[in-house]
Design a binder for this molecule. Structure first.
Ligand code: MG
Length: 274
């Protein structure tokens, strides 16, 4: 079934205009697409994001990825980051956001994974929607109604993440299952993109650049031109081919909703799934 889904993708990363190192890393291949944004001082961030991506890399060989394999690799990524040696009191960590093409009862689904403030968006029917929910102090303030989403863009603590791979307390990743639709375009990116460009600009570029590599290059270029204060990483993924024949469907028999951390429901978009 899912073999009818063909994926085209493009990816780009840049150190940006202010940073010395690029502490972002990405994995794009097969049916898995992830961005990791490392942190920890000196070169620990670079090592952390690379370790996370390396732990996920075995997934690229599968045409359709088993959700359990993704969960197992995310746990392995956490352990790998935990073992990185850092200066006393620092600790390495990394965000992780992205997608794997998976199946539920023979139907193609995106499995979206998130920890931290890198992001996964979906462009469908001309509208861009942020699927992942940031694990960040400013997102908590937005959820509490203390600040608006616009104010969060410029908040002094906008870089503070509340969950990350490598954190001392075992992190709880968010997982979402979304039915694949034939013209879906997904965007996975680090915060170096989203702190420079508003969502509307992301949508404009994604709608006006049909080629995924051109779209990724242009997004990175525009983020640089807007200031490039952080490392910038972008992956654009298109579902194409015979996939256009199928419609977006609700999970059958409620199975997906029985999954404890499946979050297709609106009420859970705002919070932290178990
Ligand atoms: Mg960043």
């Amino acid at each position: 079934m899912t073999t009818s889904v063909a994926l085209l993708w493009g990816a780009a990363t840049h150190t940006g205009a202010r940073r010395v190192l690029n502490e972002d890393a990405y994995l794009a291949g097969g049916s898995v697409f992830f961005v990791a944004d490392g942190m920890g001082g000196h070169d620990a961030g670079e090592v952390a994001s690379a370790a996370a991506v390396d732990a996920l890399r075995p997934l690229v060989t599968a045409e359709v990825v088993a959700a359990d394999a993704v969960r197992e690799r995310v746990r392995a990524a956490h352990q790998a980051v935990r073992t990185i040696e850092t200066a006393p009191g620092r600790g390495a960590g990394t965000t992780l956001s992205g997608i794997a093409l998976t199946e539920q009862e023979g139907e193609p689904y995106w499995l979206v994974v998130n920890l931290g403030d890198s992001r996964t968006y979906r462009l469908a029917d001309g509208r861009l929607e942020q699927i992942s929910v940031d694990h960040s102090e400013v997102q908590e303030l937005v959820d509490a109604g203390a600040i608006t989403a616009d104010e969060a863009q410029w908040h002094p603590r906008r870089n503070v993440v509340t969950r990350a791979l490598g954190a001392p307390e075992d992190p709880v990743p968010d997982f979402w299952y979304l039915p694949v639709a034939g013209r879906d375009r997904l965007l996975v990116c680090s915060d170096g993109l989203t702190t420079e460009l508003p969502d509307q600009r992301l949508a404009d570029v994604l709608l006006s650049e049909p080629d995924p590599q051109s779209a990724a290059d242009r997004l990175v270029g525009e983020a640089l031109a807007a200031g490039g204060r952080d490392n910038i990483t972008v992956i654009v993924i298109d579902a194409t081919g015979a996939a256009e024949a199928f419609e977006r469907t609700a999970p059958r028999d409620g199975r997906a909703e029985d999954d404890e951390d499946t979050v297709p429901r609106a009420d859970q978009r705002r919070g932290a799934p178990a």
